[in-house]
Design a protein around this ligand. Structure first.
Ligand code: C2E
Ligand code: MG
Ligand code: MG
Length: 570
């Protein structure tokens, strides 16, 4: 009975219901009806101060949460005081006062009425039980703190995702007829703000946002923080409206003397539109938010059925992609890179291709993000690297001993814990020097854990690989960050090359070339489609080019043919 009672007591939520359970179990142990009280003396409370009753059963029920002085039964209150003052068990013919030990909240004693004398054996058992209770009480405290951690966001003190789910579930169970909506609010460019102004600044900003949302959406609304910079508002649909959601962000935030205007994107789902429980509602709202982020940044977007349809389509595409990968239906094409000074081939970029079972080509721009989101990119990335190296080995055997092979690397790959081992593993399968392998990364690595990512890049460089900054200028990276990056090469994005038909466009490209040179980097322009662009880039001092004008990405056989023809011509 003691063991069962202790383990049952541990499942109680909170100290009060725990204490209530203690009375019941002690009464059961000595075979009397549950009638008693539990008193605490708080930590540091003087002996002469009144004590609080935290649990009561039977005739004592009315005394819960009242001071012990409110009790009319003199003998009972005397027994409890004696037990607490002397930290001992007191056995009396009217009942027992058991000292339950000291725990995080203070000392606790329990009185249980019993008009029959308690045998020695029972006294001994009760003593063991009380020892257990003290331990349990500490655990209850610990469990409560754990629960707090599990349901509260420690940074801003708001309910977290778990808590929000619970609130929505409770609402669903109530079957209320007031329509409720769930809004997810995401701060635009928060990752950039964090990267530039520092994490501490970002944290303070999040707290400020949390305060404004709480002030605007008080009960019956619930405000929660469900992810890095994603907040949620759950409340009556008449409250959760576009204007109200934008209102907290109309005025700039003041953090450490700086004024910061924030823009947000939000997705709103009326609860009637989602099926299932809280977690589904959050998922649906996330779908709306995601769509809003990609198409209507800075706005509040309402749920539309089409969004869920799109999300399902993407899921189906991902399923096909997975099986295409397993069935080895993906393949690589290779696009030559040329030196501008003499148009000699310096290397190749490996680009992945997918032709689905109906023969349709699906652009990597469409499926790579899917692979990244789903984690498939980890295995796929290894496969890509392995095959690109295998092709380089073939090209080397054909005499292209100085050619390099560029492989695109997703941030998800870079941040994966197995990244360095993967590189080692794949390199170990060939005897190619890593100096011939160029890993192309994008500026988006500046958005994650920048310190950790920089360290990763350093380690990759130490292994001997070359690193290129791909699509340069399209993303976001501060100059300081770029300076710190251990890269060898800057790839000017195609969108800049296109704009060289205007004076301003030319100035920008020239500036990027200069920037690269200043940092001692090899500068290469992507997406060169016209001879004139090449000439211009050469004039500006750009080192290399890659583009349809020179060569398209080609499957290996075609590439070999292309190389052979060039050789013959020269
Ligand atoms: P990226 O790494 O910047 O690759 C260059 C893209 O520009 C390729 O598109 C290439 O086909 C295209 N391109 C090259 N020259 C020209 C040109 O003169 N004109 C035009 N209009 N386009 C040109 P692709 O193959 O569709 O790849 C798109 C993006 O998908 C790549 O951009 C890269 O970010 C990603 N990607 C492709 N293959 C892989 C891969 O194996 N792994 C990873 N992680 N990402 C890949
Ligand atoms: Mg690339
Ligand atoms: Mg690129």
């Amino acid at each position: 009975m003691i063991l069962r009672a202790s383990s049952e007591l541990l499942t109680q939520e909170g100290l009060n219901s725990f204490a209530q359970g203690v009375i019941t179990h002690i009464a059961a142990l000595i075979g009397v009806p549950p009638e008693g009280v539990i008193c605490v003396r708080k930590r540091g409370q003087p002996a002469e101060d009144d004590l609080m009753i935290i649990a009561a059963a039977g005739d004592f029920c009315a005394l819960i949460d009242r001071p012990l002085s409110a009790m009319t039964e003199e003998i009972t209150s005397h027994l409890l005081r004696e037990s607490l003052n002397n930290r001992c068990n007191v056995f009396h013919r009217n009942g027992v006062a058991l000292y339950l030990g000291s725990h995080a909240r203070g000392d606790m004693s329990c009185y249980v009425a019993s008009n029959a004398p308690i045998s020695d054996v029972d006294q001994g058992l009760l003593e063991i039980f009380c020892g257990n209770i003290a331990l349990c009480a500490d655990n209850i405290n610990f469990l409560e703190r754990l629960k707090n951690f599990a349901f509260t966001d420690t940074l801003v003190g708001l309910p977290n995702r778990n808590a929000l789910e619970e609130v929505i579930n409770q609402f669903i169970d109530q079957e209320s007829c007031v329509p409720y909506s769930l809004a997810l609010i995401d701060i635009d460019s928060f990752a950039e703000i964090n990267a530039v102004l520092g994490q501490e600044y970002g944290d303070r900003l999040l707290c400020a946002v949390s305060d404004r949302l709480k002030a605007k959406f008080y009960a019956p609304n619930t405000v929660a923080r469900i992810g890095g910079d994603t907040f949620a508002v759950f409340g009556p649909s008449s409250h959760v409206q576009e204007k109200a959601l934008l209102q907290p962000f109309v005025n700039p935030f003041q953090i450490g003397g700086e004024l910061q205007l924030l823009s947000i994107t939000a997705g709103v789902v009326p609860l009637t539109e989602t099926q299932g429980r809280g977690s589904e509602a959050i998922k649906d709202a996330s779908i709306v938010l995601k769509q809003a982020k990609s198409q209507s940044r800075g706005q509040v977007v309402m749920f539309q059925n089409q969004m869920v349809v799109d999300a399902r389509e993407r899921l189906a595409l991902l399923k096909n992609l997975r099986s295409a990968f397993e069935l080895n239906q993906l393949f690589l094409v290779f696009q030559p890179k040329l030196k501008l000074s003499d148009l000699s081939v310096t290397g190749f970029e490996a680009l992945i291709r997918w032709r689905d079972s109906s023969g349709r080509f699906i652009s990597p721009g469409e499926f790579i993000p899917l692979a990244e989101q789903s984690g498939l990119i980890i295995r796929m990335g290894e496969w890509i690297l392995r095959n690109a190296i295998a092709e380089l080995a073939i090209l080397r055997a054909k005499g292209y001993m100085n050619a390099s092979m560029a492989v695109n690397l997703s941030v998800a790959q870079l941040e994966h814990p197995d990244m360095l081992e993967m590189l080692q593993r794949v390199m170990g399968e060939s005897n190619i020097d890593p100096g011939f392998i160029e890993l192309e990364i994008t500026e988006s690595i500046a958005m994650g854990d920048t310190e950790a990512n920089l360290k990763r890049l350093e380690q990759i460089r130490e292994m001997g690989f070359k690193l290129s900054m791909d699509d340069f200028g399209t993303g976001f990276s501060s100059f300081t960050y770029l300076q710190k990056m251990p890269i060898n090469c800057l790839k000017i994005d195609r969108s800049f090359v296109i704009k060289t038909d205007t004076k301003r466009g030319r100035e920008i490209v020239e500036m990027i070339v200069q920037l690269g040179k200043t940092l001692g980097l090899n500068v290469i322009a992507e997406g060169v489609e016209e001879e004139g662009q090449g000439a211009l880039l050469k004039q500006m001092g750009c080192n290399e080019v890659q583009g349809f004008f020179y060569a398209k990405p080609m499957p290996r056989d075609q590439l070999h043919q292309w190389l052979a023809e060039r050789k013959n011509r020269s």
